[in-house]
Design a protein around this ligand. Structure first.
Ligand code: NAD
Length: 385
């Protein structure tokens, strides 16, 4: 195989961007050969705008076609695991959009199938993992430099969405079409980075407030409290109605403090690197109120510069290019598909905690979550009748 031949299922807002980038040669190891959508309008768009590309009506025809080696799934979330399973069974490599799915029960099935087919590459579009600041943070964690984590806090309230966003209809912002609100739509990237850096919690307590300042019946204001095996704790706060919002991630660890902030189009990582690990400093120190000495390191990036350099949605191409190299040359994936279940577990646990009003211990009771999710969906559908 010289180039990976991609087929894209779902060519709406996200899928059509991937299609155009591939068609314009933004990945020298991949090309676009097929797309599929159930919308006539999208199919007409594809016929008018995509050269040398077969347009399918049914995704099963695309995944079974000899014209594609890999399938990118860019449909609404509930469909991701099912299409992934069908594509793997048809012998195709799979790159799924985020989130991995809506509930972990069927994502687990997809993961088991992918595990049984090690020759097929399975990835997920967690493009934020290619952000240089999060990559650097990950290096500091995995190298042991940052030391044992004591606390992780993330306030990510700059997902401003007005009523008009929710009024546009379709699948977004509903239990039936989407399976939730800000946690399942806007936050999967941050929940992925949250566990990627701090590991998986052992318990989750959350308050998911529905329809704050918006007429919707999914959550748009969330506070999650997490606890970890080593005694560390975490807080994750998100909303869609704060303006101006905040995007600040802070990790306190034995080796120092790491802060990643985004302000408008600027991003900054500040690392307060302790000269001596705090636990060792504390063991030796005799003063009452000392300040453990540290060295401050600042790394800045400009989102605007990245957009000019990589083109809008540049991060997504990082993931696609990496995926092609994984298929052709066995390169390690930036975001392995099997890891998609982790952030989703935290979000499923957060919903369950909020609905039941209690701490949720992990591993999650996946059947209980599924039953509760279906209750939300049924109540929503009953309200519409
Ligand atoms: N990685 C990112 O940064 C990012 C950004 C935006 C969206 N997404 C994800 O991409 C997915 C799609 O989001 P979007 O904003 O493009 O939505 P969208 O509604 O604009 O597009 C979805 C498309 O899927 C099509 N579709 C639905 N059912 C189908 C089926 N059975 N077969 C074929 N096509 C079908 C729809 O007709 C539509 O054109 C979502 O899961 C979303 O979370 C990811």
């Amino acid at each position: 195989m010289k180039k990976v031949r991609y087929g894209i299922v779902g060519i709406g807002k996200m899928g059509h961007t991937h299609a155009l980038k591939l068609m314009r040669g933004k990945d020298r190891n991949g090309c676009l050969t097929a797309v599929c959508d159930i919308s006539d309008e999208r199919k007409v768009w594809a016929k008018n705008n995509l050269k040398n590309t077969i347009v399918f009506d049914k995704y099963l025809d695309l995944v079974n076609s000899n014209e594609v080696d890999a399938v990118i799934i860019a449909t609404p979330h509930y469909l991701h695991p099912k299409i992934g399973i069908d594509a793997l069974n048809a012998g195709k490599h799979v790159l799924s959009e985020k989130p991995a799915g809506v509930y972990t029960k069927d994502v687990r099935e997809l993961n088991s199938l992918a595990e049984s087919k090690p020759d097929l590459v399975f990835g997920i579009m967690y493009n934020q993992r290619s952000n240089p600041l999060y990559k650097y943070a990950k290096e500091l964690v995995t190298s042991g430099e940052l030391g044992e984590i004591k606390r992780i806090n993330w306030i990510i309230t700059n997902w401003y969405r007005p009523q008009a966003y929710y009024n546009q209809g379709g699948w977004r912002g509903t239990w039936d079409g989407e399976g939730g609100g800000v946690l399942i739509n806007q936050c999967p990237h941050q929940l992925d980075i949250f566990w990627w850096l701090a590991g998986m919690p052992i318990s989750v307590r959350a308050y998911c407030k529905v329809g704050v300042n918006r007429k919707i019946n999914v959550e748009n204001d969330v506070t999650i409290y997490t606890e970890y095996k080593n005694g560390a704790s975490g807080v994750f706060v998100t909303s869609t109605h704060d303006s101006p919002g905040t995007n600040r991630l802070e990790i306190d660890a034995d080796g120092g403090k790491l802060v990643i902030e985004q302000n408008l189009l600027k991003e900054k990582l500040t690392y307060y690197r302790l000269k001596t690990k705090e636990s060792i400093f504390n063991a030796d120190n005799k003063k009452f109120m000392p300040i453990p000495p540290y060295k401050k390191e600042v790394v800045r990036t400009s989102i605007l510069k990245n957009i000019y350099r990589l083109g809008i949605k540049g991060q997504h191409m990082n993931i696609i290019q990496n995926f092609s190299l994984a298929v052709l040359k066995g390169e390690n994936l930036i975001a392995p598909g099997a890891e998609g279940i982790n952030g989703l577990t935290i979000s499923n646990a957060a919903y369950l905690s909020s609905w039941l009003g209690e701490d949720i211990l992990l591993p999650l009771d996946e059947n209980l979550f599924y039953d509760q999710l279906m209750k939300q969906r049924d109540a929503e559908l009953a309200g519409k009748r």
